[in-house]
Structures are given as structure tokens and as C-alpha cells.
Write a new protein. Structure first.
Length: 164
């Protein structure tokens, strides 16, 4: 009888844009690993600005040694990967300046780093940035903005809900 009174409310997790730019559907990313959602579902941003900020409140799980990707965990437990550019692992850190380390607590808007999009383009790499939900077995995307919309750091790009 009292179980329903104490049931946890299924709150959503709002993700803000980690980069300013143009929103792109994951299926439109010119890399099969992302477009076919091999790592998980998500969204992408074609950046117009090089400042990378946290889209969530939580912690830094892993800054890749090549600085091209960062994984985060929200306070609620959703795990995200921000992959700056395509095939940029080959740059071995060139063009990336990361301001956080593994274990750091972060809030929405915390600067994670700088992504030199002009330099990376000149080196022949795509700068489109996928934002992937890594633990889609526990969370689902309940909302995402529309293809082609311009986004800035305060814009909602995705909303997640815990499954079950």
C-alpha cells in the first residue's frame, strides 16, 4: 500500500551543449562507428567555437591520453563520451588542451578544454563531435533537439531517462 508513496520519481537528466555550433543527428556523422551507433546512441555537434564545457553535473571518468576524447558520469549515473573530431586519435594530442583530469568533479559549464578546430581542419581531420550515451542499457534518450539547429552552451541538446 505504501510502496507507491515512496517510489522514486523517474527524473530526467538534461544535457547542455558542450560546444557551440550546429546540431547533427548521429546517423549523419561520416564515421560508421558513430553513425551505426556501435558505441551507443547520442548526438553530434559541428563546432563553430573551440571551447569545450561539461554538459552535465558529475565527474570526469577518463581523459584519453591522446586528449581527443573525454568520458563523464552524471551525478545520476549516466555515462557519456565526448569525442572531439573523427580519427583525431591519430593527432596524439596535437590541437587539444584539456583542463580537467580523471576524478575531477564538474558542473554544467565547467570548461573541460580547448579544441583547436582550425588547426585540426588544416591537418585534414573532421571536427564534428559525437556525444555518446555509453550506458544505454540503463538510460534512454527521451528527447533531442532537431537536425541543423544552432546551439550554444546553455542549450538543451538531449534529455535522458533511467530505464525501468
Amino acid at each position: 500500500m505504501f510502496k507507491s508513496l515512496f517510489k522514486k520519481v523517474n527524473q530526467s537528466i538534461i544535457l547542455n551543449a558542450p560546444l557551440e555550433g550546429t546540431f547533427v543527428l548521429l546517423e549523419e556523422v561520416p564515421d560508421q562507428v558513430f553513425s551505426e551507433k556501435m558505441m551507443g546512441d547520442g548526438v553530434a555537434i559541428l563546432p563553430q567555437n573551440n571551447r569545450l564545457v561539461s554538459p552535465i553535473d558529475g565527474e570526469v571518468v577518463d581523459v584519453f591520453p591522446t586528449k581527443h576524447a573525454i568520458s563523464l558520469r552524471s551525478n545520476e549515473g549516466a555515462e557519456l563520451l565526448i569525442h572531439m573530431g573523427l580519427e583525431t586519435v591519430n593527432l596524439k594530442g596535437e590541437g587539444f588542451e584539456i583542463n580537467v583530469k580523471n576524478g575531477d568533479k564538474i558542473s554544467k559549464g565547467t570548461q573541460l578544454g580547448i579544441f583547436d578546430i582550425e588547426k585540426i581542419k588544416k591537418l585534414g581531420y573532421e571536427v564534428i563531435t559525437p556525444i555518446i550515451l555509453l550506458n544505454g542499457n540503463h538510460y534512454e534518450i527521451s528527447h533531442r533537439i532537431q537536425q541543423g539547429e544552432a546551439v550554444n552552451h546553455s542549450d538543451l541538446i538531449m534529455e535522458l531517462r533511467k530505464k525501468g
